[in-house]
Design a protein around this ligand. Sequence first.
Ligand code: NIG
Ligand code: FE
Length: 417
Amino acid sequence: MKILLENIKELVQVEDSPVLFKAGSEMAKVSTIKNAFLIIRDEVIEEFGEMHQLKDVYVDDDIIIEIDCKNRLVYPSFCDSHTHLVYPDSREKEFVDKIKGLSYEEIAKRGGGILNSAKLLHETSEDELYESAMERVREIVKMGTGAVEIKSGYGLNTEDELKMLRVIRKIKNTSPICVRSNFLGAHSIPLEYRNDVSKYVDIVINEMIPQVAAEELTEYIDVFCDKGFFSVEDTDRILLAGMKHGLRPKIHANELGHTGGVEVGVKYNALSVDHLEFIGESEIAALKDTETMPTVLPGAAFFLNMKLSPVRKMIDAGLPIALASDFNPGSAPSGNMSLISAFGCIKYNMLPEEVINATTINTAYAMGVSDSLGSIARGKIANLFITTDIPGIEYLPYSFGSNLIETVILNGEIQTF
Ligand code: NIG
Ligand code: FE
């Protein structure tokens, strides 16, 4: 099966020699081709170039579907490297508590927040969880996301964590989107362990990790390493145990304080450290020249009215930045990556080009798929979207809140909604 996209106004984020991620001043560079064509064969990007070059590669009768992309831009799909989109129900009551003045930490301390979701998850069947999560997956696919990382972490006991990871595996096996899963048994401390956190950490290490690994349910391990949640010592123990079972760290760090989360992530060669509201010179120095992708979650910072991560400072220091949605019921009930792109420009002072790199190739790296996704490159999986009639790449983050995505192609197949 072959698809030809022709008369593309601008083909965005093309790579002749693919890189795994972009850092520092490279983040402001995005290669594009104006008046372009793109050929997809089966699930793969086969060829692209300027329209006048099409006759050199076009073989008559070879093309089955032709799409005229006049006035339209074509982008690689967004990769969303940090979500919690498997959850039992929304938490808008806490949203109102927050409006009335309670902080995220205060709600958590009362047994609300993540523990509230954990209680509900316990009462929800695997099938129900799968159905509600698939609705969210369909929603983000429609909004241009072509790869998503999904965490467990609303189970908080062995059986329910396994239940979540099995749901994630089912999503992976039944949906066209690329899925990576991340085991987050240490997402919150259950009330009965509040006075003896190390006992819960023991359960994560001795019960959960071995079973998760034995069922091959995930490739990553996460810890909410932050003030009021898990300490650096807890995180150290959990990451080490996960690594012994072949799980690579990808952790929550420095959302609520300068907690040492970044340093412990770097120490264990985490694929990413995520949130990063509390970042100073020492965290930046720790991240420099490592394989760890600093990942910022603008939706959570916006929703919780948090201080903003010093993204400009990090890019100027030569670091890469990834932007992900954090889609979850408590701190970021949206997986809209166009909106995340707009926040990148509006709130973090990023250029549109930096935002494109931060939401495609760098998030692809942060979920371990940048060799096959995250840019328009020959041989990469054909996950991409076609915009509506828009003037140029600046328009997407500029027109925040609008849906400018008209057509979605995943694995070389046009998606219908
Ligand atoms: O990334 N920070 C920790 N975990 C989530 C919140 C999950 C929730 O509140 O349900 C986050 O923001
Ligand atoms: Fe998160």
